[in-house]
Structures are given as structure tokens and as C-alpha cells.
Design a protein around this ligand. Structure first.
Ligand code: ZN
Length: 227
């Protein structure tokens, strides 16, 4: 049994995996002790993953899952001659029957819908807050303006000021219209990705739905952990 096993696409490796996403010299695995190994990525293009996390080098045991690139799971027991069989394990996803409740990929697209909505909403609300400040400043200036000038001029002055304010206030309604339109649009788009369900999901954030993991109505699955 070799202490260090090299893995890659090139024929000079101890374990040859002839796949386009495997680098010619992809990784090495070194035995440290019984059931303890050091996995090292040899600057491969598509990486080495231990239990789903990309690593540069990592200590692993036989209980850990070591994967090269997207879906080549290697069997350490076979590599080190502890077991007969194929070096490559069949990924679990390929073993599973297609799940007709799996809407996890479709649900991921809703994150952008949600984030865009939040951004647009903030822009409208902040734009309105600026307008409100201008209106408040207008009202504060009013008594000062009255004190500063004679009665007649004050009357005409406040008329001008009030006229100006009246022009600003309809702007407040416009911002409500914009918000309403945005909310309507969001309610139509932020729905269960199962087309035969279309349950409205607004009212909770994308992250909360992702955490909840499923549609309350049709039980479509939103989170890979729930598969
Ligand atoms: Zn649904």
C-alpha cells in the first residue's frame, strides 16, 4: 500500500480518472494513521471538496466525503486497498429517483425577485422621506416668514408658501401609487415556483422561506436540505 496516492487525468497517476473536469494532476491523498488521511488539492481547476466544502488541504477520515470537481466522489477504502470495488462512488443525487416536489432550483431564482423588490421599495421610501423633510422645513419656515414681514406681505407670503406645499403633497400620493404598483408586481412574481400552485409567498422574506423549506400549500420543496 502506497503512503501517497496521486489522482488525476494523466496516465502517470496512481488513480486515473479520465474525465474532462479532472485536472491532469488533480489531488494527492496520504495515509497518516489508521483511518486518517491528508487530502491535498494540486491547484486543480475544479477543486477538491471535503463534505461539500472546497479545501486546499484537509485531514479526513473514512467517514468524510471526498469529492473531486462537481461530482466525482472517491472511495478512500478502495483507493487504499481496504475494500474491493470502484474508486468512484455514484453520487447520491444520481441514485435518487427524480423528486417531483423538488423546486429547489426554481426557488433560487426567487432570491433575485425578492432582493430587487427590497431595493426598489427602499428607493421609493427614501425618496419620499427626502420629500417629507422638505415639506416639514416648509412648515417650520412659515411662522418665521410671518414674523419677519408686515401683515399684508405676510399674508401674501404664506399664500405663496402654502401654494408651494400644495404642489409637494400630491407627490406623496404618487409615491404611494408607486409602492402599490411595486407590491402588486411583487405579489404576482414572488409565488410558489410550482406553476400549478402559485401560492403567494410575499409576507415573508426569501431567506425565511428558504429556511422553512417548503410551500405551505403544495409542499413543493424549496431547500436542498429538505430533499
Ligand atoms: Zn406551492
Amino acid at each position: 500500500m502506497k503512503a501517497t496516492v496521486s489522482i488525476g487525468r494523466s496516465p502517470e497517476n496512481d488513480v486515473v480518472i479520465n474525465q474532462p473536469d479532472i485536472s491532469s494532476h488533480h489531488a494527492t491523498i496520504t495515509t497518516l494513521e489508521d483511518n486518517e488521511f491528508m487530502v491535498e488539492d494540486l491547484d486543480s481547476s475544479n477543486g477538491v471538496y471535503v463534505n461539500g466544502y472546497r479545501i486546499k488541504s484537509s485531514k479526513v477520515s473514512l467517514a468524510d466525503q471526498v469529492r473531486l470537481s462537481a461530482n466525482h466522489i472517491i472511495d478512500l477504502e478502495v483507493i487504499f486497498g481496504l475494500k474491493e470495488g470502484s474508486v468512484l462512488q455514484i453520487p447520491e443525487e444520481q441514485n435518487k429517483k427524480p423528486n417531483d416536489k423538488d423546486f429547489t432550483d426554481e426557488f433560487l431564482h426567487l432570491e433575485k425577485v425578492y432582493n430587487d423588490y427590497r431595493k426598489d421599495k427602499n428607493r421609493i421610501v427614501q425618496g419620499n422621506q427626502r420629500k417629507q423633510v422638505i415639506i416639514r422645513m416648509g412648515f417650520m419656515a412659515l411662522p418665521l416668514a410671518i414674523q419677519a414681514v408686515t401683515k399684508e406681505i405676510a399674508l401674501s407670503g404664506s399664500t405663496i408658501l402654502l401654494g408651494g406645499l400644495a404642489q409637494l403633497i400630491p407627490g406623496g400620493n404618487k409615491h404611494l401609487d408607486k409602492l402599490e404598483e411595486l407590491n402588486d408586481n411583487f405579489m404576482v412574481r414572488f409565488v410558489c415556483p410550482n406553476k400549478s400552485c402559485n401560492q403567494i409567498l410575499s409576507g415573508r422574506s426569501w431567506a425565511v422561506w428558504h429556511n422553512t423549506g417548503e410551500c405551505p400549500k403544495c409542499k413543493a420543496i424549496f431547500n436542498k436540505n429538505k430533499l
